[in-house]
Design a protein around this ligand. Structure first.
Ligand code: ADP
Ligand code: MG
Length: 168
């Protein structure tokens, strides 16, 4: 009986994850930019978005679109060396992180990571997998992947933690 209940619960959890996921396929940087821009329409302050995928898959391109969707006019540049860049000229503050060069979690605490996470802006974090242990559970997780068989500019963008019905 207990086993049965566990199975039902597991099924419910899986179903929920499925409902809150969506996949977008793009074939140009412009399309990935548009996907980012669209996501911005449905984001609220305090939300945290993670972006994972190899170097050059389009995490920064996606973020640029996302920033434009928030009405940010300042040019968005990769925060690789500074870890975080703040943009405050949009409809809510955007905190853009790049964890690529973070070798010690202390570096994140030194820049006040927790204040950003629980602040009134939206956080978007490139290479989030590298700082996984510092992140909360409730996030929108995005992974971008190439598929060599589908052409040089093909990207598969998988978004979890968002309602697929009203999707991008
Ligand atoms: P990352 O931040 O993941 O390291 P970037 O966004 O800086 O990657 O760079 C992505 C590169 O891939 C850019 O040079 C962009 O022009 C190119 N590109 C080609 N096709 C796509 C696509 N479908 N989506 C996003 N970028 C693409
Ligand atoms: Mg980048």
């Amino acid at each position: 009986m207990l086993h049965y209940i566990k199975c039902v619960m597991l099924y419910a959890v899986m179903k929920k994850v499925e409902e809150y996921a969506l996949t977008i396929e793009t074939n140009s940087p412009e399309e990935t930019f548009e996907a980012g821009k669209k996501l911005a329409e449905r984001i609220s302050p305090g939300q945290i978005i993670t972006l994972d995928g190899d170097l050059g898959v389009g995490k920064t391109v996606f973020t640029k679109g996302f920033a434009e969707g928030l009405g940010i006019k300042e040019p968005v540049t990769s925060p690789t060396f500074t870890i975080v860049q703040e943009y405050t000229d949009g409809k809510m503050p955007l905190y853009h992180f790049d964890a690529y060069r973070v070798s010690d979690p202390d570096e994140m605490f030194e820049i006040g990571f927790e204040d950003y996470l629980y602040g009134s802006g939206v956080c978007i974090i490139e290479w989030a997998a590298l700082i996984e242990e510092l992140l909360p559970k409730d996030m929108i997780r995005i992974s971008i992947n190439k598929d060599n068989g589908k052409g040089f500019d093909y990207r598969k963008i998988e978004i979890q933690g968002i309602d697929g019905e009203t999707a991008v």
